[in-house]
Design a protein around this ligand. Sequence first.
Ligand SMILES: O=P(O)(O)OC[C@H]1O[C@H](O)[C@H](O)[C@@H](O)[C@@H]1O
Length: 507
Amino acid sequence: MSDAQQKGHADRNHSQSQPQPQTASVPATPIRFGTDGWRAVIAEEFTFANVRRVAWALAEHLEATGRAGQGVAVGYDCRFLSDRFAAAVASVLAAAGIPVLLSRSACPTPALSWAVVSRKLGAGVMITASHNPPEYNGFKLKGWFGGPALPEETRQLEAILARQEAGRAGAAPPAGLDLTEARRLGRVEEADLVGPYVQQLRNLVDFERLRAARLRLVADPMHGAARGVLADLLREAGAEVTEIRGEFNPSFGGLAPEPIARNLGPAVETVRRLGAQAALVTDGDGDRVGAVDATGEVLDAQRIFALLLQHLVEVRGWRGSVVKTFAGTRMVDKLAARYGLPFHETPIGFKHVCEYALKEDVLIGGEESGGIGIKNHMPERDGLLCNLLLAEIMATRGRTLGEQVAALMAEIGPHYFQRRDLHLTPEGKNRLMALLRDDPPARLAGWPVEKVDPLDGYKLIFGPSRWILFRASGTEPVVRVYAEAESPEEVGALLDDGLRLVESATR
Ligand SMILES: O=P(O)(O)OC[C@H]1O[C@H](O)[C@H](O)[C@@H](O)[C@@H]1O
């Protein structure tokens, strides 16, 4: 990168002796990276001392992999103290002699990722707990390619953390360099990460087509890091936009910033009241997409994934393989087969999609949770880009999203989906998983189980269009039960019977 990086690199050898260790107790629970990064409750486990520990371990990891000199981008979302945690990360990395590009303001996660890719940095750190409730914060690690660090990399980082903690015997990690001093030494450079990212989105989306359509839209960033950014882009694209939940509000108005039906009441209400053509929604850090149709019905990410795949192939004429994680809809399998595209299914976590994107030409990769990434950008989810493409679909087809889904289902068959999140005790969770492993039911809701797939949790499969999956979340203390079938009633029946199974296993 810039001079700052160069200087920081040159200073690196002298820096190890500068930071002065402070004394503090060892964290009660070991720091673990879950489905995507380390998440914890603010002030309980997510403390400045622990954030510094993770940053210090990251510095060692980057030295070991030879990427330290390339520098690290550090960004943050709109959560409580996120800017301060990001500054703590920057100061520790700077103390280790690593050049840091620190975001000047809160930014969406894909903007941070784009900074890593476009400036060819060694890694990225995003302070965010994504879609989790307001009491959480987190540390997402991005690899040099912009996407979530691969499983092997997070394992190495955890191992370094464990070793450093054992060796440190109660002392806190170095406090880091004072930021003013770090800036003076050229080890920390502050920059606008949003502007260059917005420019990249302009290159990827058909703004002319959007301008001609003059859509009426609601933009709902859920008080998250895409606030202002998505709405401004849509306005630039000629849409008449009403932004809701765009104020800075680290308590997220009492709803978790996860774009699923139970949190989308305000978007549904606004679409209905204004007669808008859709609401386009992003999660707390802008890497997930959600939407509400003109009818006020929530469009889940399964349908969004299918619409985007269809658009990229049929309208853009793009090709490449299709990757979905384990809870993804069968619509995607069907479309990949219909278009003759290679198809892969992975465990949950976009890092697994990234593994494919790094070794082959992936057209689109995505998840039930709303994290979807496309080719010609970066191997990373991008909620803003997906929303702009949804607008592009409406503009191209001259239809609402709901009408486009209906047209698609008329071609490939009906697909309905629902997810329930259950708060079980750790023992309850273990008993449920043991039952599914050792003695899964032969039937559920009247359908015979054809296969049990243990790729991530346990998926009971009933033919080509019905399944139910039981799986422990890696980011929240819940067990998720996902089901897909041919009608909402069938999904309801599967979930009811699935929940009875959970009850009997955990009683
Ligand atoms: O179901 P969970 O383990 O909580 O994971 C849900 C999601 O969490 C994070 O957002 C990850 O980045 C995603 O890849 C994953 O799909």
